[in-house]
Design a protein around this ligand. Structure first.
Ligand code: AMP
Length: 632
């Protein structure tokens, strides 16, 4: 479309913001065009495509079903249950309409929340798209989260309906969902009136709650012929809430709009992912994460691509499974996380040579820092461009990347490259001035945030402002809470979080949340949880706990037993993904004289580094205890 370079493309997106985005908005269908491209009259809040009316589901499904009804839309593959099913756009539309009719039958209305807690099955995509279709707001909760996490999210979103399943499957073993739903509903103050259950027959005889639980298959049969027209929404009406961890124990509900998100995804499919109608995309994430929302469900479908929904691990039945899927379904665009590359690197490289991967144009990796060695390894093995891209749940789509649809810029190993169009991204010193080349600083964005980014924190506008826009008074910038650096050629590198958020296998976890879960164990008085570097997972949480009663940990056997028990508490409250790799017992935590925990020092010791400046420490013997615990 543009003969000009990427630099010019980006410059225009900032300097002629409205002109640029008005052009991108043509990539989607509007029931009513916008009256104003960008309303930034109440900073830092922004309304994109004000007055415009559109619908996410229409753009993802109906408009393609109308033109190419028989083209593949959703490719569901489970190596756990050995199922495979391909839905055309027409079939997908009908399934979504049935689900939408079920919602209406159950009393779900525009603006109501529907909490989706499901494994990676096709019905999960129907459930999301059906919300979008009728203007209900979905909140998908990752299936790996346990009852406590689920209850916190229920109470914040106050859903009228929950959609779930009897069980998922991981590594050949059923993982119960329904019974966690029941537990969460007991813990929650605002449980939903109805729970819609997709019974996969994996957990025979799971308990049903009379008057609350309803069966999907029965209702689907009832609404088999249902036609449910899309509800046109004003551009700023919320499409979904997605919870993410922060520095407090309470997760934040990232709220996304409708019009801005649809446009942002449509544009990103062209300019970043270069995925087009008729092609196939395979994102190895889960619908519980932002990548699942943007690049398993909505993005590829908006582009008219077929999308692969995969239930399974990268290693079962063997380490060739992803590549087998690429060959069989002629995948053109793939999206994964660095941690998966590090897992595959440990397997026999022959698996990568076994299949015909000639359909694959490029692989995108995001979610955590991509080390140079892994970047080089996977690029050499696949012999295609591997694009590191940097973003967050909050932004919904990449902030840093190479926009290959605009210019095929040179790849620098370990660098997610340049600010993406629409993002006025800069590196700031702690005093609010801008860093020079090669100077480490805070990654910030000059508002307005482009379309697709969070419009607020669900129900907490003040938290949106205080969490993201209070780094400096002047200039006011969106703070990513990441450290970054830009080299003289304009390539960026992300150096890690500034706050207490850690990244485990590409999943974001708040150490405060894990601390609260550990402390929920009756034997624990106080605890510090830090992220410790891990070769495969990037980081792992590690806990240093003080017990209430010293006699609980006075023998090695008791320590081992309590450590196991504390881990179980975390599993039950948050889920196994948040389980600390170790729980070390000590008699006091290192703090400053004013009582502030010296987390950085604890983390440094746990990673075998120098604990840094300790002039303010209250009791230096606590550090010796940590060293002894780590050594023992
Ligand atoms: P999440 O919101 O769970 O996607 O986590 C976002 C965080 O993951 C960011 O704030 C970064 O710390 C990290 N992250 C995401 N992508 C990258 C990347 N390409 N390189 C380095 N860190 C990344």
């Amino acid at each position: 479309m543009h003969m000009s370079s990427y630099k010019e493309f980006h410059r225009r997106s900032i300097e002629d913001r409205d002109g640029f985005w008005a052009e991108q908005a043509r990539l989607v269908d509007w029931h009513k065009p916008a009256e104003q491209v960008c309303d930034f009259s109440h900073p830092p809040f922004v309304k994109w495509f004000k007055g415009g009316e559109t619908n996410l589901c229409h753009n993802a499904v109906d408009r393609h079903a109308a033109k190419r009804p028989d083209d593949r839309a959703l490719i569901y593959i489970s190596t756990e249950t050995n199922e495979e099913k391909v839905y055309s756009f027409a079939e997908l539309q009908r399934e979504v309409e049935r689900m939408a009719a079920i919602y209406q039958d159950l009393g779900v209305q525009r603006g109501d929340r529907v909490l989706i807690y499901m494994p990676m099955i096709a019905e999960a995509a129907f459930a999301m798209l059906a919300c979008a279709r009728i203007g209900a707001i979905h909140s998908v909760v990752f299936g790996g989260f346990a009852a406590g996490s689920l209850a916190t999210r229920i109470d914040d979103a106050k859903p009228v309906l929950m959609v779930s399943s009897d069980a998922g499957m991981r590594n050949g073993r059923p993982v119960p969902y329904k019974h966690l739903v029941d537990e969460a509903c007991k813990l929650a103050e605002f449980p939903p009136a109805k729970v819609l259950l997709v019974d996969r027959g994996l957990d025979k005889g799971f308990p049903r709650v009379e008057g609350r639980d309803v069966d999907y298959a029965t209702l689907r049969a009832k609404h088999i012929d249902a036609r449910v027209p899309v509800t046109w929404l004003e551009s700023s009406e919320p499409s979904y809430i997605l919870y993410t961890s922060g520095t407090t124990g309470k997760p934040k509900g990232v709220q996304r709009d409708t019009g801005g998100y649809t446009v942002a995804l449509a544009a990103s499919m062209q300019h970043i992912f270069t995925g087009f109608a008729g092609e196939t995309m395979f994102s190895t994430s889960d619908i519980g994460w932002v990548v699942g929302h943007s690049y398993i469900v909505y993005g590829p479908l908006i582009a008219g691509m077929a999308t692969v929904m995969y239930e399974g691990t990268p290693l079962r039945p063997d380490a060739g499974i992803w590549w087998q899927i690429v060959e069989k379904h002629k995948v053109n665009v793939m999206f994964s996380a660095p941690t998966a590359v590090r897992v595959l690197k440990k397997q026999d490289p022959a698996f990568l040579k076994k299949y015909d991967l000639s359909s694959l144009k490029h692989l995108f990796l995001a979610g955590e820092p991509l080390d140079e060695t892994s970047h080089k390894w996977i690029m050499d093995e696949l012999n295609i461009p591997v694009i590191d891209n940097y973003w967050q749940t909050e932004t919904g789509w990449p902030m840093l990347a190479i926009c290959r649809g605009v210019e095929q810029s040179r790849i620098k190993l370990g660098s997610p490259a340049f600010p993406v169009y629409g993002y006025d991204l800069r590196i700031f010193r702690e005093d609010g001035t801008e860093c020079g080349p090669d100077e480490k600083g805070i990654v910030g964005i000059l508002p307005p945030l482009p379309p697709g980014c969070l419009s607020t924190v669900w129900g907490q506008d003040e938290r949106f402002v205080s969490t993201y826009f209070s780094l400096f008074q002047d200039p006011v910038v969106y703070s990513s809470s990441d450290w970054g650096i830009k080299d003289a050629d304009g390539y960026h590198t992300i150096l890690g979080r500034m706050d207490d958020v850690i990244n485990v296998a590409g999943h974001r976890l708040g150490t405060r949340e894990i601390e609260e879960a550990v402390q929920a164990h009756s034997a624990i008085a106080e605890v510090a949880v830090v992220g410790v570097a891990d070769e495969v997972k990037g980081q792992m949480p590690m806990a240093f706990a003080v017990v209430k009663n010293a006699a609980d940990v006075d023998t090695a056997e008791k320590r081992a037993a309590l450590e196991k028990d504390v881990m179980k508490t975390v599993d039950n409250l948050l889920g196994a993904i948040a389980r600390p790799s170790r729980v070390h017992f000590i008699t006091g935590l290192p703090k400053t004289r004013s009582g502030k925990m010296l987390r950085r020092s604890i983390q440094a010791l746990a990673e075998g580094r120098d604990p840094g400046d300790l002039t303010t420490i209250d009791d230096p013997s606590t550090l010796e205890q940590i060293k002894a615990a780590l050594a023992g």
